[in-house]
Design a protein around this ligand. Structure first.
Ligand SMILES: C[S@@+](CC[C@H](N)C(=O)[O-])C[C@H]1O[C@@H](n2cnc3c(N)ncnc32)[C@H](O)[C@@H]1O
Length: 367
């Protein structure tokens, strides 16, 4: 607690000195009684709470920029679906060099298409965006041809949920976007609208580091969040893999956007895939742990046909999930033949990372 007081006194006397008053007149704010976070986090939160809202202190700009709470309250979904960070377990804080971001940021050599190349549907009535004539749905694989509505969602009590028949598939999701004639009420803009469930980044008590839980009941098929990060080229990805202090485990933060690589004979640009690196810049979903019996799955989601190469990675619930449950996904998305072979070799097994998911069907190792 001593450190908090000292930091606060220093900051307060600096600002008091700037105003020309004596340090004796400074009132030191009381330490915040914030439950569920450790002392170091409490110190950081204290700084955020008392100092980061004051725009008149330009000398704190760098500190504000690096503050995780400042970053998460700047999200457009912060009121509807706030993010919280708790750790009543140990002294760890989130890595200082980690930055929460809301959207992917293009790295060197990545050029997103100009807005003029983007296009949308010309549906006049928003309800038309559920049917095959909507331009945005032209590439969709329709799994249940008996239904008149072909979009991937079903409406339940004003919310849109991924249909049952898509949950177990790897089918891409095509949504409407800001270039479309339909408006915000369009039922086919689920990922675009962003997170609606409050999420909590928490410290696990069983050696899995940080994890993420939902703070509200989640329904099967409900959208949770995107996986965002730095968009990087294949060359940059290779360089980061080589330089990484976590060596082969770097891959756990990397996603290749290769969903449409197979269509590269029609569109050669799709052969040149990009990667999303969420290690240093990402959203809360970067902290989601693996389970061999997961409650989420990742889907490729396209908002504009010109953006297929940069498709989103969208997490959807594949089960009903009660509030306060940890969210998980399967890092290898099913059985991994290589892993099964490696497990058989006792020499190799020693090098492998044990999976601590505790699922009945646990495969035993992460990699
Ligand atoms: C993408 S990160 C997830 C967030 C991570 N727990 C953290 O604290 O930053 C992946 C890492 O989490 C840990 N992890 C995730 N799922 C796990 C599991 N089922 N068993 C053991 N460790 C796990 C491993 O250390 C893995 O390299």
């Amino acid at each position: 607690m001593g450190k908090v007081t000292r930091q606060v006194q220093e900051a307060s006397s600096k600002s008091a000195a700037a105003k020309g008053s004596s340090s004796k007149s400074v009132t030191v704010p009381p330490p915040l009684a914030v439950p569920h976070i450790n002392i170091e986090m409490r110190e950081r939160f204290h700084r955020h709470f008392y100092f980061h809202g004051k725009d008149n202190q330009p000398e704190l700009e760098a500190e504000r920029k690096a503050c995780h709470w400042c970053q998460i309250i700047s999200f457009t979904t912060a009121k509807l679906a706030p993010i919280s960070i708790v750790n009543p377990v140990d002294d760890e804080c989130l890595p200082k060099d980690f930055v929460f971001i809301q959207h992917c940021v293009p790295g060197e050599g990545i050029y997103l298409p100009d807005a003029e190349f983007l296009s949308g549907c010309d549906c006049k009535k928003t309800s038309s965006c559920k049917y095959a004539k909507c331009h945005c749905l032209q590439d969709m694989t329709i799994l249940d041809k008996r239904r008149p509505e072909v979009y991937v969602y079903k409406s339940v009590n004003g919310g849109e949920y991924l249909r049952e028949e898509y949950l177990d598939t790897r089918e891409p999701i095509y949504e409407c976007n800001s270039k479309c004639s339909c408006d915000d009420g369009c039922p086919n803009r689920v990922v675009e609208k962003g997170r609606t469930v409050p999420l909590q980044v928490f410290r696990t008590s069983d050696n899995r580091g940080w994890g993420v839980r939902c703070l509200r009941d989640v329904k099967k098929g409900q959208f949770i969040d995107r996986y965002v990060g730095e968009l990087i080229t294949t060359e940059e990805t290779e360089m980061r893999r080589q330089q990484s202090v976590i060596s082969q485990k770097k891959d756990v933060y990397l996603f290749e956007l290769d969903k449409f690589k197979g269509d590269s004979d029609r569109d050669p640009s799709l052969a040149n895939t990009v990667f999303v690196d969420g290690e240093f810049k990402s959203g809360p979903s970067r902290f989601i742990n693996h389970s061999c019996d997961p409650n989420l799955r990742i889907f490729a989601r396209v908002s504009d046909h010109a953006l297929k190469r940069f498709h989103d990675l969208a997490f959807f619930a594949i089960k009903d999930i009660p509030a306060n449950t940890e969210l998980t996904f399967d890092y290898v998305d099913g059985e991994d033949e290589k892993l099964e072979e490696e497990k058989k070799d006792p020499g190799h097994r020693k090098e492998m990372t044990r999976c601590l998911c505790k699922a009945k069907n646990c495969r035993g190792y992460l990699w």
